[in-house]
Every structure is written in structure tokens, then in C-alpha cells.
Design a protein around this ligand. Sequence first.
Ligand code: ZN
Length: 677
Amino acid sequence: MIKNNYKPSEAKSYVEQVGKDVADQELALRVYTSRIIGQNPDLVMHGGGNTSIKVERKDLFGNTKQVIHVKGSGWDLDTIQAPGLPGLWLDPLRELRNLDKLSDEDMVNVQRANLLDSSAPNPSVETLLHAFLPHKFVDHTHATPFLILANLPNAEEVCKEIFGSRLGVVPYIMPGFALAKKAAEVYDQDPSVEGLMLLGHGHFAFGETAEESYNQIISHTQTVADYFNLKKPTALNVKSSHKSHEVLPVIRGLIAEMIGPNAAMPIIDVRNGPEEMEFLKRADLDSLSERGTASPDHVIRIKGRPLVLRKSIWEQGSSAIKGALKDYENEYKAMFERQAAKAAQPKTILPPDPKTIWMEGVGLLGLGSNFKAASIAGDLVVQNARVRSVGEDAGGFYPISEKDLFDCEYWSLEQAKLGKGKAPAFQGKVVMVTGGSGTIGFETANAFASLGAQCFLIDLNQENLGAALEKLGKGHFGKALDVTDPKAAKEAITSVIETYGGLDILVSNAGSAQSGSMIDMTSSSVRKAFELNFFSHYEFAKEAANLIKLQSRGGQILFNISKQAVNPGKNFGAYGMPKATTFFMMRQLALELGGDGIRVNGVNADRIRSGLLTDNFIAERANARGISEDKYMAGNLLNAEVKASHVAEAFVSLAQAERTTGHVMTVDGGNIEASLR
Ligand code: ZN
């Protein structure tokens, strides 16, 4: 199950990319094996592991000194580069072993004080453990098989049974100075060991070369996997369709309500492969949920326990789910009171909302303030389910105590990992944009995404959609649909719920103009124009409003209208009439949805270079008027071309105008004939 991915040719190419400096070449090998460890989620996941190397470098005076490079915070092993392994002078760190005690704050400070580059990221909180071991290469993982082993009630005994005296066993201590000292002590008792198992925590291996240390990691982990008969890697990201489309938005809304009056709704990432569904059928679900996390660092991201949501509860709807959340909140607060009373320093309670939900019949849910956080919680809930169930069946899942978990959850150094600073304006807000790969649609999605939103694009063309999503980057999704298809709006809403759990903002943008005089147009082509430029907006708005109502936290609908709605252009009647109707609908919906906190606004844009107004068309128009293309495009009061990005800005500012509804914002550079009176 744990594949050895070391390839001498790849290792060589890492070395060849750096200069002639021996220390840099050794560091390049450290980067390589760190990456192949990080790329296997059954070895490390989301910051749950670290690596180091000891090299010799010269100080400013030309003296050769020992330096340790160890993983820095903010870097993930799978994508790490040399700057992600900051160097520290080793001798002063090793001297610390003589101390009886060292506070976390003093440890962080002395580590920073010994950095070769004062601007480097903070070295790992497990740096001293790496420093106190004598080996050139040290690798540390929270591998799935080791987490099963390390949480057995008789883990030490089983470890001896599997490895004999090849692995030293370190008792559970929270990461930091005391653990580093203890691990070094265990090593010193028998320096012939090939590695260490840390109870309730993970695995260490070491070697004189990158390959040797990596091989030990792989072979130890495979040995443990064989013992537990684990055949396949943990299948992350298995998602399939589910039928809880009415329930997830309700959960989103209730969780935001639980956090506070202005709290944003979480993103929900559902994992519902066959293994997850099988897990949810276990009779001991409640008991397994109460034991604690597979590894102490998990508690930072997913709290000590999941919310177990039984089908009999969630099927009853909102008030029953609210009751289950209230129970969860009360238990979390009680746990906090119990443990905070025993803590040396005063603690402030974190928001009590669950980060994972074991939802019977639906799947394992990861929740987070944005898609990344939700999918990290999703990965961890899947790994935890496997560790807990396999461990329980193999003798028992007995992770660290509630007190030890509390110490990690409320540990100042771990809290620092979560990232500080103000969240972006649209963090975690789900924005659906129809016509999302067109010029205006894409610019609009991009503007929201750059402010932290998760975008879900709808577009007619699969290929264009793929290209647009690629440009937007990770965490954004979409679906190819014809918005005039009677089933399209429903399908789009179902997909957005399956992807994020709900929706905050709809930008109903898709549209297209056909030209021709009213007298010459056929009524069927006028009807067609209404299908696209009015009815599709109507259907999407209806479905979106119904979904937003389920969340009970308000939301927004934004329409791309057009100056045509108020200022007819010759031969554009078939475009202007449905747009005028959409304009009216915007106001009607603002009137009818205001009570639900749903704001409805629109943008009237004009003369934007796009799929509607192509370069050829611009050339033709400019030519007909005997002016240059630039002059034609800048034919407004400001004498400046209006771009799609200006339209995008208007959508974003309407979305931010908290007391504005039933409003249309004109984006045309100024045109008195089209201005609203
Ligand atoms: Zn660790």
C-alpha cells in the first residue's frame, strides 16, 4: 500500500539543479525525498509531518559550522523547495538539551535567533527533536498505518511484536522541548534503533543518506500496513451525487447562526465513497466519535470530535438539526470549562461549531471558512474514519486524552499555524456566474475570486468553461449547461450544493443579442430571445432564491441587464425587450425577496468589447460613422473605453452595498440618453 517512489534519476536531477556547493546539493536531495513523502497522503497530510538534514556551512568568519535545515511553517512537504527548509546553527540548539525546562515561547525565540536567514519562516515546533538526534537525515510522518498502531491500547506491545527492538517507543508528550528531550533519551537507550514510534502521534526514521532514511519510512510503514492488512491507499476525494440537497444549505445556515450574528456560512465538502458510506453504518459510531483525533495536530483543524448526525434527525429538518447542533455546542463548551479550569494560563474559547460531520446516509463532511479549509477537514475526516475503524477492530482506538487534546487545541503555537490577519471580503462566499467563461462573466468571477469567493461557473461550452476554471485556479468549479434548457437552473443549483453545500450570490449574466428590425424579425426568434435574455434569468433567480431561503442568512441576486433595457438601439429590439423585462423583474424580486434578506440588483453596461460586441462588429460600426475604433469605443462622456473589468467592479460593489436593493448601476462611461431619471 505504501509505494517506494525513490528514483535515482529524479534524485540526480534535483542535485543537478543547484550549484557546486556540497551542502546545497545535500539539501536538494532533502527537498526531493521530502516531496515524495509529502505526495503520499497516507504518509503525511496537511502539515502533519516534517523532515530535516544536517550539513556543514561556513559562518561569516569562514569557520565551518554544523547547520540543520528543517521544515518551516507555511510550507507543505509535497511542494516544498529549499527556502521551505530554513537553516539553523545546530550547536546552540543541541546545547538546549542540558536545560530542564524550556517554555514554548522561549523555544520559538531561540530557534528564530539561530536562523541563518533572519527572514526565514518559523522552523517546525518539532525542530529540537530533529536536532537532538545524531543522524544526517531525519524524517517524521503521521502515516495512516502508524496512527492506527500508535493509538492501540497496547501499542508498545504490538510495536515490539512487529519490529522487535528495531523501533524505540516514545510515550505521548505534546510536541515541543519536553518531547524532543524524551525522544532523544529513548534513542540514547538503544542507538541501534532504525526509528521511533511516538505513542498517540506518529513515526520517525533516520539515515545517513536521503534514500536510506526514506527507505526506512516506507518499509516501516508498509510493515505496519501489512500487520493491519491494509491493502489499498486511503481513497480521498471520492464524491458522488447524493440526495441531501435540501439539507446541506440548512446546515450551512444553522452553523453560521451558531457562530454569531454576522458570521459567514461555512463551505461543506462531502466525501461519500463506498468506504465512507460503509463506515457510517457502524454500530459503534457514537462511541468512536467521542474518543479523540487520530493525531494530536488534527484537533487544530477538525476539533476533538465530529458531530454525528443521524438520519432520523436530519430527515426532520431544521429544528431537529438545530437541536443536534445545540447539543454539540453545549458539550464543546462543557469540555472547554472542564479543561480551561485546569490550564496554567487563562484561555479564550474558540467558536463551538463542528468542523466535521458524520452524516448518516449522506457521507463524511468537512467544513471550513473557505474551500481549502473545508477540503482539508474533508481529507482529515476520511483518514480519521479509517484510523478509528481499523484501529477499533484491531484491538481498540484509544488516542490521547481530552486534556492532551485540549492542550493542543488551545496551544498558542498551534493556534499560530491557522493564519492571522483579516479575512478577504468575500472569503468562503459561493458565487455562481452564468455565462462564466464569457468576457464579462469571467472578469466578474475573477473579481469575486480575488476577494476570496469560491466561484461556480455555468457556461454553454465545456471547453471554454475548462479554460476559464483553469485560469481561476484551485477551489473553483463549474458545469456546462445551456441556461435556456428547462432543467438547467435546477441542475446548476444541485451541482453547487454538491460542491460547496450552498450558494451566497447569483450573478445571472448569460445573454446574447440578435439584431434585426422588429418588423423583419420572426416571432419565433423574438420568443427565443426572451428564452435567453429573460426566462433563463427568471429560472436561475427562482432556484437561487429558494436555495438561499433554505440557508436563512440572506443572499444576493445580481443581473446583467443592459442599457438596451432603457435606451433602445436600432435593430436591437429583440434584445432590449427581454432585457427591459429582466430589469422590471429585478425590481419585482427586490420587492418580494427583501423580507428574506435577499438583495436584488443589476448592472446596465454598454459598449463593452466582448462576445456580444466583437472586434469585427466594432470595426464595422466605427467605419460606418467615419471614426476610429478607439474613438468609437470611447464615445461617452468620459471619453474612455469601458472594459469588462469595470462591469465586474460594479457587480462587486453592488454585492458589497449592504443596504442597496432594487438598484441598477450604469457602467457606460456616461451617456445622458441612457441615464435613468
Ligand atoms: Zn508530528
